[in-house]
Design a binder for this molecule. Structure first.
Ligand SMILES: [Zn+2]
Length: 249
């Protein structure tokens, strides 16, 4: 690793930790109908405004021993995990695709997927504020990545398929899942969308079976599908072509 790549690596880790910190704010505030830019960050338990020492991604959590400086209550582990996860994912994307527009596309896709999955888990919704800008980003970036025809095909195939499921199952799936599927298709293209459909149905199906058989859920329990779609999409965006290869041999 020469000096230039080392500096670039440090810059990328710095940007990704800040991005993770911003995603934490979005994940917490969006389902509560709060603005993501105003007011400044505050402790969700005591409401005390946070100073610069509380806001250094990851390091503040470690320095403060996982506790709020003002009320001494524990900070949810999700905050440092989101920052760490974002840093790892952003770096992995940079390492795999190099520095450029594909990297930016990957960073955006990961941010949309993580936010959608965690809000779905916490609040059982996937807000339009994530899915619509996400679809727009996928289509706008497509001429520089997979081509806009493939992005549109992927979007209409995956979104259309889950729309059909939504209409047939009458509530077994949310409208947010349909729009998230469209977003994913616009980044992954048609081939990617097919794989995402396969992997998310499989993993979501196994999870539904587990809930039914082990947790004693009944047929009316809604399965939150967002995390399965998101996980499958990130995997396919990263190594979809390799997965195709192993599927056929
Ligand atoms: Zn506090």
């Amino acid at each position: 690793m020469n000096a230039g790549t080392l500096e670039l690596s440090i810059l990328i880790i710095f940007i990704s930790l800040c991005a993770g910190s911003f995603l934490n704010v979005v994940i917490y505030r969006l389902p509560r109908g709060q603005s993501v830019v105003w007011p400044g960050s505050y402790c969700p338990r005591c409401g005390h405004g946070l100073g610069i020492l509380d806001l250094i991604p990851l390091f503040s959590y470690i320095i403060l021993g996982g506790k709020c400086r003002y009320c001494q209550q524990t900070i949810a582990r999700q905050y440092p995990l989101v920052e760490l996860g974002t840093a790892l994912a952003f770096y992995l994307i940079y390492w795999q695709r190099g520095f450029g527009i594909e990297m930016i596309a990957g960073w955006l896709l990961f941010s949309f997927l993580l936010t959608a999955a965690l809000i779905d888990v916490a609040a059982a919704i996937i807000p339009d504020w994530i899915t619509f800008p996400g679809m727009a980003a996928g289509i706008l970036l497509a001429p520089y990545t997979i081509g806009w025809q493939d992005a549109l095909l992927g979007m209409f195939f995956l979104g259309g398929f889950f729309l059909l499921v939504l209409l047939l199952s009458r509530g077994g799936m949310g409208g947010g899942d349909v729009k998230l599927a469209g977003l994913i298709g616009s980044f992954c293209g048609l081939r990617g969308a097919l794989l995402v459909f396969l992997l998310s149905s499989l993993s979501g199906g196994v999870w539904a079976l587990y809930l039914l058989l082990v947790q004693g859920a009944n047929g009316k329990t809604a399965v939150r599908f967002g995390p399965f779609l998101s996980g499958a999409a990130f995997l396919v965006w990263l190594v979809g072509e390799e997965l195709w290869y192993y599927l056929w041999f």
